[in-house]
Design a binder for this molecule. Structure first.
Ligand code: HEC
Length: 187
């Protein structure tokens, strides 16, 4: 039960008021900012779709799961890094200057979420017609992020061996980790 609450809180944070303000501003601003904000919104929609399927708030549909996981995999990793060109973050934007100042940390986070999303996409590619119990994170520690997320690049559990729901949970943790350090709240 606790996992559902954490997940709901994460989704709320993603949909919070900080989402809309920079989007409005992007209309008059830099195309690179508009492009990456659109990409972030696609990731948010994809993560929400998968979360709702696992939470029984949306009908699970194998192809929708696959499409959403592919979106996350395509937009994370190298593609995410490319959306924040060094020294040209653009304005107005919710991107903090710390992205350039702590570039290795930012890029490690982007690659970390990329590896998780790639693993999820592989699983989704072989997903069964119904959600099976081995896709759920039952029995695993709720705080699965102690190995992952905090120290990208450190030795960690193999994402390919994790249930899909656990991967989603860790992906959402990476969204939150990056936003808390590298995304400015725009009122
Ligand atoms: C490596 C860092 C990083 C990761 C990982 C990351 N984000 Fe972001 N995200 C940002 C930054 C920085 C911004 C602000 C971009 C801007 O305004 O130019 C942002 C903005 C957003 C926005 C607001 C877009 C808008 O219209 O203004 C949403 C929604 C979002 N992210 C969702 C997500 C989701 C969902 C995930 C995980 C699946 C995620 N992000 C992962 C760094 C990250």
């Amino acid at each position: 039960m606790r996992f559902r609450v954490i997940l709901a809180a994460a989704m709320l944070a993603l949909a919070g008021p900080t989402v809309s303000a920079p989007s409005l501003a992007a209309g008059m601003g830099d195309p690179i900012v508009a492009a990456r904000q659109a990409s972030m919104k696609e990731m948010a929609a994809a993560a929400k779709a998968i979360a709702e399927m696992f939470d029984d708030k949306r009908v699970y549909e194998r192809h929708a799961f696959q499409a959403a996981a592919d979106t996350l995999s395509t937009r994370a990793g190298a593609a995410l890094i490319a959306e924040f060109p060094q020294g040209k973050l653009g304005a107005p934007s919710g991107a903090r200057p710390e992205i350039d100042e702590a570039r290795p940390e930012f890029e490690a986070l982007a690659r970390h979420i990329g590896r998780l999303a790639d693993a999820l996409a592989v699983k989704a590619g072989n997903a069964p017609a119904e959600i099976t119990s081995d896709m759920r994170m039952t029995g695993l520690p709720m705080d699965g992020g102690s190995l992952l997320g905090k120290r990208p690049g450190a030795a960690e559990a193999d994402p390919a061996r994790m249930p899909a729901e656990h991967l989603l949970h860790l992906i959402l943790q990476d969204c939150t980790s990056c936003h808390s350090k590298f995304r400015r709240k725009v009122e």
